[in-house]
Design a binder for this molecule. Structure first.
Ligand code: ADE
Ligand code: ZN
Ligand code: ZN
Length: 263
């Protein structure tokens, strides 16, 4: 009798575990992507900005705190911040004319963080919290699938294979493609493309909304190039890693620009 129960329980677990693993949307740029953005931003910070940030972050690096936004997702007390990681728009829409999520999105989230960081009356603890979130969100908005469609949760529901293994289009861009590249975040950051002063100026220009619209345009192309069930492999990485690396670099430069303006 006991054996029968154990067999039944094992069978149920065998069925439930993969279902559970599938319902949870992928995390953000994996840790590597966020750390690259932090590491690149670091190289563009003014001395005075660096000192202000060091004090708030108690000497932890931007890369170290860049994953904080994902870490607090496991803590129910921070549930209200969940929608700040992404922004959804219809394919032919820009952020300005899209229907806004009443719970907030990456744009309103980042703007709120900036507001607290500029507020003379905010406590250092609050400033540290929203600084860590801002560092994370600016990374997220440069992942094209964080500015994708609502109907498939930014590609989370577009099931594909990566090198023959089940995954989804969102996760390919968050982590599969970068991990497959097999470079550490410091190597990726130090091998970012050399840019002229003019090129950096162009990247720094614009608003968070402009950057989200740019990411959304990239998401439209990503969707066009992939069909459900595709097995994405070396050719996909060959065609898309340049874009992913460029987005990480833009994320870093723009994060530094925001921080230099705030501090
Ligand atoms: N992660 C969870 N839901 C998402 C969505 N709708 N768009 C992008 N990323 C998400
Ligand atoms: Zn993600
Ligand atoms: Zn995130």
């Amino acid at each position: 009798m006991k054996l029968k129960y154990i067999a039944l329980l094992s069978f149920a677990l065998l069925i439930i575990a993969p279902i559970q693993a599938n319902v949870k949307p992928a995390p953000e740029w994996g840790p590597t992507g966020h750390r690259v953005v932090g590491k690149i931003a670091d190289t563009y910070l003014k001395g005075s900005t660096k000192r202000a940030i060091e004090k708030l972050l108690k000497r932890h690096s931007l890369s170290f705190v860049s994953t904080f936004g994902d870490e607090i997702k496991s803590d129910d007390r921070y549930r209200e911040f969940y929608t700040w990681h992404y922004v959804n728009m219809k394919a032919n829409e820009s952020y300005e004319d899209s229907e806004k999520n009443p719970k907030g999105d990456a744009v309103t989230g980042a703007e709120y963080c900036i507001k607290i960081l500029k507020d003379k009356n905010a406590s250092d603890d609050d400033k540290a919290f929203y600084l860590k979130l801002l560092i994370h969100i600016i990374g997220d908005i440069h992942q094209p699938m964080h500015a994708g469609l609502a109907e498939d949760k930014g590609g989370n529901d577009v099931k594909v294979k990566w090198m023959g293994k089940d995954t989804n289009l969102h996760r390919v861009w968050d982590s599969d493609m970068l991990e497959g590249y097999n470079m550490s975040y410091t190597e990726l950051a130090s091998n970012a493309d050399a840019l002229s002063k003019e090129q950096i100026k162009v990247i720094e220009a614009g608003t968070i909304t402009d950057w989200v619209n740019e990411s959304h345009a990239l998401a439209n192309t990503v969707y066009k190039n992939v069909k459900r069930g595709d097995n994405l492999s070396y050719k996909y990485a060959y065609d898309n890693l340049t874009i992913a690396r460029s987005q990480l670099q833009k994320g870093g430069i723009r994060l530094a620009k925001l921080l230099n303006d705030i501090f």
